[in-house]
Design a protein around this ligand. Structure first.
Ligand code: BGC
Length: 784
């Protein structure tokens, strides 16, 4: 390739000096001059927003005009780094430094920390001809240094404010560590608990996922991307990735148009509306075409109908993988297909950097396509304020004062508490009695300070979480004896993001101590579940029952002391019918993050009354998967007394715990469900909710609808509203929900949204199964 410095003598902007100050000042000066001249004409007639947009547009266009083709392609090239930017590059990164210095890289991922990002940025800004700053991206999935619950856990809060808080602190810490961009939120609606990445999403429901994903975007991005405390979000994976057949990661995806439009796309659309700055496409094919080369979803829908003006990054080498898919003959063809289809930036694929120039010369790729992609990348950089100051996020002092601060940890504890779901509580075992004198804290995860950090843990410090044991000890006080025993190990392999996990299936030497601890205690807290790297990318499981010797340990303890509270830790729904049958109390605590132990103690001792609700159905067995509440009716729904209906002959159709399920230390009663459909454009639904128990509690009241008959079959239930309400003992409240065409319609197979008149069921209650039902007739008026 040509060296841009020699091929574009007309550009004088950076000839004088290679120093950043000089470069950026010149860019700013040039931009400002042009902007002043061009924009001043509009100043009297336009609002300030429009002026801002014009400034942005003028700046980006002017910069683009100065760029060589090679430099433009560089902006579409993203590379990873795990090497210390102050030291020599390892073999895989040979040549990176030269490319960076030449301005032939637009973005890096996995460079983290104020110092490393500063060094990398300097390399580019001080040496390259135009000094265009890099955008640093990283997988900040549930916190940067201070860990919050895994996203599936946070979704159990059913609380957009809680989710937003978590994302905003993740953004603050990331920004302080020099980052500009997170590859989150993942908004893949997932119905298959075997797929390890359900841990990263908001569960199985498009409505809940839309609200929570949009909240996450707002949390990361704040009001203004240029604010130093915010970072750009990335809506991923566009689209359909969670529908990998048999829950096996990266597997084939086969989805109908109805599923695409009604289930998969809504959270993406909501996130675009919330201002998501970037998108990431996905590894899978959509109706035979890899997402990276899918013009329909990337150009027609996203950039066309939805008006998205940010950029789309490929997933890691997803452009290259089009060859393995059999969709492109070679990498060059893959590059051609992907850029034309609207994939703007190539993550670690080397497809664009190697072939786009040739493709333009051969007229296979129109320069306008390249320009559009580059403009999008530059626009996001502009919005982040990187042209004003490319180093503004890389400040070691700020980093030091921000990461893992007391305030961040206290927010993590709050979010963690809100994410806990009480699955079972026979005879009010929980909260534990104030008069209790001895507690056994047992299990392979009980004193594990690392597991609660979960997978995709960004820059968390290993073993830094508050363990269950620590949390319980801190709260119990000196009058309560805590008898701890591990019982057994869950895994025998070392914890490792990329390694295979080996479970302990033979070593029972710790059983006796655990049994002894249980025997001499009034109550047992048994912390079991999944290893933290058992869910996440590449972590699909054919069997979602608890692994290793954990169920055996449970049985051994149960034999001597059945007064057991199960403290579950897991990143996906697990099949635990035996625990449900025997253990009197079960707490779902996911991987709760840095403050896990304290949050669990808050709930165990009743300082916090749990209000989490499952964002994903818990199956009884592997054979029930995929199981989700918003399924279509069949022609033979049953239940019937004979065999010819849709069911298993060896197991109930019902899940172990349904979507939306979760108990409280108090009781709630729903009454007086009423529907007023006199104004068909705003159907009013009301219900009385009463706290009939003894203590204050918070309930998530859920509203579902069913369109009884439509031109395309509709699900038996669809969540269309929820309210999180706190009521004192005995208090009641009248809740009202409004249903408009936004809630009552659906997408047809061409992607057109329609509302059809006819009978609807409306259901309100405490979870997707226990509901009051009313019906109403939607008249044609609203359909017009
Ligand atoms: C994952 C993405 C992630 C990317 C960068 C890919 O393997 O699918 O979700 O953002 O790697 O780490």
């Amino acid at each position: 390739m040509n060296n841009s410095k020699q091929t574009n003598p007309s550009v004088t902007l950076h000839e004088a000096s290679s120093q950043y100050q000089s470069n950026t000042h010149k860019i700013k000066w040039l931009a400002k001059t042009i902007v002043t001249l061009t924009v001043s004409l509009f100043l009297f007639s336009c609002g300030s927003k429009q002026v801002e947009n014009n400034e942005e547009e003028v700046f980006v266009s002017e910069l683009l005009d100065k760029m060589t083709l090679e430099e433009k392609i560089g902006q579409l090239h993203q590379i990873t780094s795990q090497w210390n930017m102050t030291g020599p590059a390892p073999e895989y990164a040979q040549g990176h430094e030269e490319r960076l210095k030449s301005g032939l890289v637009g973005s890096m991922l996995n460079v983290i920390g104020a110092e490393a990002t500063l060094n990398a940025q300097k390399l580019v800004v001080e040496n390259s001809r135009l000094g265009i700053p890099l955008i640093f991206g990283y997988d900040v999935i549930h916190g940067y240094r201070t860990m919050f619950p895994v996203p599936l856990g946070e979704a159990a809060s059913w609380d957009p404010e809680v989710v937003k808080l978590s994302a905003s602190i993740a953004a603050l810490e990331s920004a302080a560590a020099g980052l500009h961009w997170t590859f989150a939120p993942m908004m893949d609606v997932g119905r298959d608990a075997r797929w390890g990445r359900v841990m990263e999403g908001a569960g199985e429901d498009p409505y809940l996922a839309s609200i929570l994903s949009a909240a996450r975007v707002r949390g990361f991005q704040g009001e203004n991307l240029a604010d130093q405390k915010t970072i750009a979000a990335c809506a991923k994976h566009f689209a359909g990735y969670a529908f990998a057949e048999s829950g096996k990661d990266y597997n084939n995806v086969d989805i109908s148009n109805a599923t695409l439009h009604n289930v998969i796309l809504p959270p993406f659309k909501a996130s675009t509306a919330a201002g998501a700055a970037t998108y990431m496409n996905s590894f899978n094919t959509i109706q035979g075409l890899p997402a990276s080369s899918n013009e329909y979803i990337q150009r027609q829908l996203l950039k066309g109908d939805w008006g998205f003006d940010g950029f789309v990054v490929s997933d890691w080498n997803s452009i290259g993988e089009m060859v393995a898919h059999g969709a492109a003959r070679d990498l060059k063809e893959a590059a051609n297909m992907a850029i034309n289809a609207g994939s703007d930036m190539d993550m670690e694929g080397n497809a664009y950097t190697n072939f786009l120039a040739e493709l333009v010369e051969e007229s296979k790729v129109d320069i306008k396509i390249i320009d559009d992609a580059v403009k999008r990348v530059l626009t996001v950089k502009y919005r982040l304020g990187l042209f004003e100051d490319p180093y503004k996020y890389s400040n070691k002092e700020w980093e030091k004062n921000t990461l893992y601060s007391l305030g961040n940890k206290s927010a993590a504890r709050k979010v963690a508490r809100e994410s806990i779901v009480l699955l079972k509580n026979e005879e009010n075992k929980l909260p534990i009695s104030k008069s209790i004198k001895s507690i056994a804290v047992v299990g392979p995860l009980a004193d594990d300070k690392d597991a609660p950090l979960g997978n995709w843990r960004a820059d968390a410090v290993a073993n830094s979480a508050v363990s269950v044991l620590e949390g319980i000890k801190a709260r119990a006080g000196k009058d309560v004896t805590i008898n701890y025993a591990k019982g057994c190990d869950l895994v025998t392999s070392e914890r490792n993001f990329a390694g295979e996990i080996k479970f302990n299936t033979t070593d029972r030497t710790g059983f006796a101590a655990a049994v002894a601890a249980a025997k001499k205690s009034e109550i047992v807290l048994l912390a079991i579940g999944e290893d933290c790297f058992q869910s996440g990318e590449g972590r699909s499981q054919a069997d979602i029952r608890l692994k290793g010797l954990q169920m055996e340990l449970f049985d051994a303890i149960y034999a001597v002391n059945p007064n057991i509270v199960i403290v579950l830790m897991n990143g996906r729904p697990v099949a635990i019918p035996e625990l449900d049958a025997k253990a009197p109390a079960i707490l779902e605590t996911w991987f709760l993050g840095s403050e896990a132990g304290h949050a669990i103690a808050d709930v165990v001792f009743g300082d916090h009354n749990p209000s989490g609700k499952l964002p994903m159905t818990f199956p009884r067995s592997n054979g029930q998967i995929p199981i989700y509440y918003n399924a279509m009716n069949t022609g033979r729904p049953g239940p019937k007394n004979e065999v010819f209906w849709s069911h298993y002959t060896d197991q109930s159709n019902a899940p172990l715990y349904p979507f939306g399920y979760g108990l409280s230390y108090t009781d709630f009663k729903y009454d007086n469900l009423a529907v007023d459909s006199s104004d068909p454009s705003a159907i009013q639904v009301s219900v009385t909710l009463q706290n009939t128990g003894a203590v204050t509690g918070t309930e998530v009241a859920q509203l579902y609808i069913r369109d009884q008959f439509a031109s395309l079959v509709r699900p038996i239930k669809e969540l269309k509203g929820f309210q999180k309400v706190t009521l004192k003992s005995g208090e009641s409240k009248n809740l009202t929900f409004t249903l408009t065409e936004k809630e009552l319609g659906f997408y047809d197979n061409e992607g057109n949204y329609k509302v059809e008149d006819g009978m609807f069921d409306v259901m309100v209650g405490t979870n997707s199964t226990d509901l009051l039902t009313e019906t109403f007739l939607l008249t044609a008026e609203v359909v017009q």
